[in-house]
Design a binder for this molecule. Sequence first.
Ligand SMILES: *[C@@H]1O[C@H](CO)[C@@H](O)[C@H](O)[C@H]1NC(C)=O
Ligand SMILES: *[C@@H]1O[C@H](CO)[C@@H](O)[C@H](O)[C@H]1NC(C)=O
Ligand SMILES: *[C@@H]1O[C@H](CO)[C@@H](O)[C@H](O)[C@H]1NC(C)=O
Ligand SMILES: *[C@@H]1O[C@H](CO)[C@@H](O)[C@H](O)[C@H]1NC(C)=O
Length: 543
Amino acid sequence: MWLSWSQIVVIFIFPSFPTGFCSLVSSGTEFVTAFMENIAYFYWTEPTHKLLIACLRDNTVVNVTVADQAFKKSLVMSEGQAQEVVLPSWVELEKFNSSYKTVHVSSNSPVTVFSINQKGSSIDTSVVLPIQNLGTQYRVAAPTPPVDRLYQFVVINTNEVNTVTVSHSSKEKLTVTLGPYENAQFQAAQYPVSTEVTAQTPVAVLFGHPCSELDMCKCSIAFEQLSPVPNWGTQFIVPDLFLTTTMNQSLVVVTSDGSDPKDILPSKYHSEFPPSGSYPPVLEDSSTHVPASVTVAVSLLQPGLMTLIPEESFATCYLLHTLGGYQNYALVVVMTKDKEGVMLGEETITKVTWKAVDETDYSVGLVELDFSTRPRVIWHLTSKMGVYIFGKNYEAAFGSPALILKVEPDGSKCRAYPGQLELVLEEKSWTDAVEHCWNTQSELGSFNSDKVLGFVARELGGTTLSSAWVGLRKSLLSGEWRWLTREPMAVDKWSGNQPNTSLLTQCAEMSLEPKTILAWSATSCCDQLPFICFKQGTEMPFP
Ligand SMILES: *[C@@H]1O[C@H](CO)[C@@H](O)[C@H](O)[C@H]1NC(C)=O
Ligand SMILES: *[C@@H]1O[C@H](CO)[C@@H](O)[C@H](O)[C@H]1NC(C)=O
Ligand SMILES: *[C@@H]1O[C@H](CO)[C@@H](O)[C@H](O)[C@H]1NC(C)=O
Ligand SMILES: *[C@@H]1O[C@H](CO)[C@@H](O)[C@H](O)[C@H]1NC(C)=O
């Protein structure tokens, strides 16, 4: 059998570049989203459209604007803080039209954004992906029953004029031009046929239903932001949500090459994909392992719409936002051998029910969270996991993946970034620089690993200064070079003939010039230079 070009790309690129997934943290400095139509005809309440913004560094300015500043809000936030931004009710989209009601979030340091669309008990939530995680290629498929045509998707443009093509096998191709921050809604083709969305430059895509059927003659909005096709995966654990409701949970699988998911999954799963007319399959009351031979996207329907995290994109630290008025749960998928190490804030988790997933090394745990609305982190020191957040009360339920703060285990708890840098332009001697940093609750920078140095280079890459003091000094007793943190030197960035062995050069400056950035030279401690204060990122940015 010949593989199609797209299959080849999907199969071979990802296993060979696993670090590509590192970029999938949920934090960023720019986001676009929109609020899909939420019908809820049986509620008289005003809609609540809001964003929960969580901040990872001090002195962060966050701007939220809609429609060329018709709405504008500016926040100043500090590390570990979460704030909600309630948007005006006119941001809600109307059916199948284009609009400029795009919500644009920008900030001067990384934040995470979580979206809530609610009218009474018609509620759902979604992670808002930062712009660096958006793509130009998406696939969308609507479940078949109940037979209605309301599954829709919204394509949200970023800051440049963009051409978006929407195509699926039985319809004519649609090409639309979107202006900066314009969005357009489309009807989704029915499963198992998927609609392909391609754009010239990255777009965000939301998928959902404005009034998905619940029991008791009610309906609820169900929506989620989709991942672009290159970020899909092949291994999924479909978790049992331990829900005791009359609602049937079902699964939607979309393949990256447009093939029928029934053909892609191994034969033992075919019974879950009964012959035509009865998609999507109803899940049994237990967790299921879904391995696919091409990359796929898997979502659960009910409660809300919840996209599943492929095993390839599991991470070590997640942020959980809980909603007031609901019993909130975190659902954790982790290797069975590592389940004792799952931590909630500083504590091991206690209120948890574990179930092993058949034929895999994984277990699924349902963690009961309290009713408070403060953000929490759930993390593991050595193992990667998949974490979802969902909530329910007597009449409503919502769910989505949790926000990823850190992907790789690196020995720290939940440190999302190495630290906060301040380049002080005022020229001082090395000793005065040490004191200045000390007085601002930081330290003259000790950059003792390639990872931290890479971070410093990215953060200071734009400066026009030629060099600055770092916290590196020669010991008068032993003659050894030492960081202020007293750590022995783990990396060597001495330039050319450095370090100069003259008795007059006992302190180190670091080059900031593009060609030699990060290179160290020994200099007289009495020279006057700008300097870099560094405050290490907190291990536990949220409780
Ligand atoms: C789309 O929106 C525009 C502007 O709000 C409006 O004038 C137009 O009638 C709408 N079209 C449809 C088909 O609803
Ligand atoms: C936020 O808005 C203010 C005022 O319009 C602007 O000066 C600032 O650059 C904006 N900051 C970000 C991070 O977008
Ligand atoms: C759930 O699925 C079962 C089996 O397919 C079906 O008989 C039942 O009517 C479904 N329940 C609801 C509420 O859709
Ligand atoms: C070492 O430093 C001394 C004193 O600043 C200077 O005179 C000398 O030229 C330096 N040597 C090298 C190789 O940079």
